[in-house]
Design a protein around this ligand. Sequence first.
Ligand code: ADP
Length: 228
Amino acid sequence: SLGSLTPDQKKSLGEIMRNGQNLLELINSVLDLAKIESGKMDLNLDAFDVVELAETVKTSLAPLIDKKQQTLTIHAQSGLPQLLADAVKVRQIFTNLIGNAIKFTPSGGEIDLFVEYHENCESLCRTHFASENIFDEVRERPAFLIRLRDTGIGIKPHEVNEIFEVFKQGDSSHTRTHSGTGLGLALTKQLVTLHSGFIVAHSEYGRGSEFKILLPQKVGNENVRSAN
Ligand code: ADP
């Protein structure tokens, strides 16, 4: 056994562990991005319940949410069909976005996740994703609309489109006390794109942010690379 530690030693150990965790996260993000870049990231498709997946992410992030006395509410439309997608990657998308919402929302703030299904996403594309160049093929397909809203610090208008770029961090990031790499949203966007989906951000600076994701209910075969 290590014997008992002094409070100072405990504090140092805690910092070392956090740094290790942050480094691991950084390395994993860089590796994932490199893998996607080289076209070697495969999708392992499964049919699953999106809301159940969101609930498991909520459970795993509960310690962070509780620490800041925030609330995360999942609003699910009833009778949702299953999603055919890579569950591990969709989980990663949720974890990144909800993790950011927690980070950039002050204590006591509210985070809301909405999950909707649309048989035909034409009007959805027009209202929520007008800025995106969505091919007709996706427009005609059934899709999920996933929205994550927070009551946090928000994003400045000129930064809202840049945050999906690698290593981009908002102005306000300089003053914040927590870690970050600026890779999370770049990776999130790549994972959404791998599923033929789209992600956009909106924000009222100082009041909160909203991230919206369009995910086709089934990834078309043309997007699934074979193992070789
Ligand atoms: P980081 O590791 O800095 O969180 P991300 O790529 O996940 O990197 O995010 C990039 C930047 O986008 C953040 O540094 C922050 O400025 C901004 N951002 C992301 N999510 C939010 C949010 N929910 N509210 C406010 N700003 C956000």
